[in-house]
Write a protein that binds this ligand. Structure first.
Ligand SMILES: [Zn+2]
Length: 669
């Protein structure tokens, strides 16, 4: 259960159910406030020193929308009735020192000397590069074009390598160029009885559209029903803020195009698999056993992945990862026996990794010959979307080779991703495509994980949803809900429901959204982001285990404890700081510590580096003002986080000042 601090009178007044949890003396304050405060303007100051005028009569919804600009308020990441996630700054002091450029990252060998060039129809020898490989231009270098594929016949259906099966065809020799006629090709070039160059090539040419269980070719249904392509692109192990730190150009591009960032997207399991299972199947990893994956040595063929629903609706489907070894469904698992999607590149990736994979860095080979694997995947997505530009496509793609093990390696991919999006956009593909760029969790190891922020970031992966321009127009309510939900507690389960809504767009037209909004869905585990996610959603109702929950939980301290006293004194010190330039106002002193709550987000490990956060309520003298504020403690240093609210009325105590911020705090001498 998440705890939320009440930080303003408006919130106090609003929540009658919450009254029970408020100490008796505050209930009197509450009554007082209600009696005198109905037409009273409460003023509070945020740490941005932007002034908020809060009318008690105003519903909080409209306040949230019009007055809170969360992105600039660093005191919390999201703040709803059910969940407050602490504010995090991308380059917080405890994090800065880890954000160095990846100087150990290796280039692929011969990265600038690509002997075999290709386009979508041909592969050819770049004669200018020959000399680099010590081959004379007329030296008769011969190349072998060897297609390969995933055979239908299976030797051993129980083998753990069943998903790696492959069949190579005979070599076709060429000297300068060759026309490509296959999806997967290996080319090696020999000179003087030595192999001087070898590379793998991937060509997503258009395939006939098959439906399930039929060998018969079908015309892909292209009726007049509107549709958007859906492209989900994952980058493994990047927190929301690590994406800000390491891929700022891509971020800026997405922002410029109006992508919506989910601030409260909380992971639901440790690593990739338990976070992708909810996203792709809508169920928990632990439920797989009871549904479609009875034991660890079973394949995933019987699992109803979301791409199957898209296929049923006439979409081509694609599944592609940039690592075979770390494949989501193959790492210590058996993968697929049948071919799960129309376009499935595991066969290719596995061969490329085994035969020309190099530059192993911790877990992954990061290069395929002289090219980074992540670029192989990006190029593939670009080629595939170009091939299928007049067809419906659902594609799920996952990058892992570069980002999985090192916090700042994603810096090396920033330009490539940004350029990729720009090209996709200039080809107009994004005009009819919903694109989701996301991760499964933040980095799970390394020194950053010894910090509080590192722990929270691990649980808060990034998500950006880029919708086509027509979406906002045609699906206005769904769009507005999504925008609002960017500041709510959300999970991969919701992503499943969201993607499901894109199979048939009638599900999200305004009329349907209105209807669905009135249905009882608010306690569901998977809620489409096109519907309003309830404000009172907690980790419990969202089915996020306590261990992964980043929402605040309040642990009350004894008001007599030293730490509580310290915190209270600090709040008064901050109040006096506001007042120091106003000699008419009395210096305030601490009259009573009313309440001190430590705001915990999950369980810190011993010796964790980073701040602790306390919500403090004090009564001061003279004037008996009751103030509430949130303080952060870093070692001996106490900082104010966000707002100081006044919880009782100041009447005419502050008649000597006219500055409406100060009226809250000033007791005129
Ligand atoms: Zn992962």
């Amino acid at each position: 259960m998440c705890f939320f601090p009440f930080s303003s009178m408006a919130q106090l007044v609003k929540g009658s159910t919450r009254l029970r949890s408020i100490p008796v003396r505050f209930r009197y304050l509450f009554l007082l406030a209600t009696i005198f405060g109905s037409s009273f303007l409460l003023i509070s100051i945020t740490n941005r020193t932007e002034i908020l005028l809060v009318n008690n009569d105003q519903p909080l919804n409209s306040l949230d929308l019009h007055h809170y600009d969360l992105e600039h308020d660093t005191s919390f990441t999201i703040k709803t009735e059910g969940c407050t996630i602490p504010g995090l700054i991308a380059l917080d002091e405890t994090i800065k020192l880890f954000n160095h450029p990846p100087k150990d990252l290796k280039n692929c060998p011969n990265a600038n000397y690509t002997l075999l060039q290709h386009n979508e129809s041909h592969i050819w020898v770049d004669t200018e590069i020959l000399q680099y490989y010590n081959v004379p231009k007329d030296g008769n270098m011969s190349c072998c074009y060897k297609p390969f594929y995933r055979p239908k016949s299976i030797v051993n259906v129980f083998s753990e390598h069943v998903d790696d099966r492959v069949q190579y065809e005979d070599c076709v020799e060429f000297f300068s160029y060759i026309e490509v006629e296959h999806e997967f090709v290996r080319v090696s070039c020999d000179y003087d009885q030595k192999t001087v160059y070898e590379q793998y090539f991937l060509f997503p040419s258009k395939k006939p559209f098959h439906t399930f269980g039929e060998n018969k070719v079908r015309i892909q249904p292209q009726n007049d029903t509107p549709y958007y392509n859906v492209i989900v692109m994952g980058i493994d192990a990047i927190s929301r803020l690590n994406f800000h730190r390491t891929m700022p150009k891509t971020l800026e591009y997405l922002k410029k195009k109006g992508a919506i960032e989910l601030l409260g997207y909380n992971k639901v399991g440790d690593n990739t698999f338990p976070n992708l299972t909810p996203m792709l199947l809508g169920i928990k990893e632990t439920d797989l056993k009871r549904t479609c994956w009875p034991h660890d040595s079973a394949s995933f063929d019987n699992c109803p992945f979301i791409w199957q629903w898209f296929k049923e609706a006439g979409f081509y489907t694609a599944l592609g990862e940039d690592s075979a070894k770390l494949g989501t469904f193959n790492f210590a698992k058996y993968g697929f026996i049948k071919t799960p999607t129309d376009y499935y590149i595991r066969t290719f990736l596995h061969e490329a990794e085994v035969n020309v994979g190099n530059t192993k860095d911790f877990n992954s080979y990061i290069c395929m010959g002289n090219k980074y694997f992540y670029k192989v995947l990006l190029d593939y997505i670009e080629d595939l979307t170009s091939t299928l530009r007049y067809s419906k496509l659902f594609g799920f793609f996952w990058e892992v080779s570069m980002s999985h093990d090192y916090l700042t390696y994603p810096m090396a991919m920033d330009d490539s991703y940004k350029n990729f999006f720009e090209r996709l956009d200039s080809s107009n593909y994004l005009d009819n495509t919903v694109l989701v760029l996301l991760s499964d969790h933040g980095i799970r190891w390394g020194a950053i994980r010894l910090t509080k922020q590192g722990r929270l970031e691990e649980r808060l992966p990034f998500v950006h949803m880029l919708l086509p321009p027509s979406f906002q127009e045609n699906y206005n309510l769904a769009y507005n809900n999504l925008k609002q939900n960017s500041k709510r507690l959300t999970t991969p389960f919701d992503m499943y429901a969201t993607l499901s809504d894109l199979i048939n767009l009638e599900e999200i037209n305004n009329e349907k959204i209105k209807q669905r909004t009135n249905s009882s869905y608010t306690l569901n585990r998977s809620i489409s982001l096109f519907l309003p996610i309830p404000k009172n959603r907690t980790c419990k109702t969202a089915d996020i285990d306590d261990h992964w929950c980043t929402c605040h939980k309040g642990i009350k301290l004894s008001t007599k404890s030293l730490e509580a006293r310290d915190a209270a004194e600090q709040l008064v010190r901050h109040l006096n700081k506001y007042l120091e330039e106003y000699p008419h106002c009395a210096v305030l002193s601490l009259a009573e510590v009313l309440e001190v709550t430590e705001m915990m987000a999950g369980q810190p490990r011993k010796d964790e580096v980073g701040w602790r956060e306390f919500m403090v309520v004090v009564r001061t003298a003279p004037g008996d003002g009751v103030f509430e504020g949130t303080l952060r403690r870093r070692g001996d240093q106490w900082d104010l986080a966000g707002t100081i609210s006044r919880l009782n009325l100041y009447g005419d105590q502050s008649r000597c000042v006219h500055h409406y911020q100060l009226k809250l705090y000033c007791y005129c001498r």
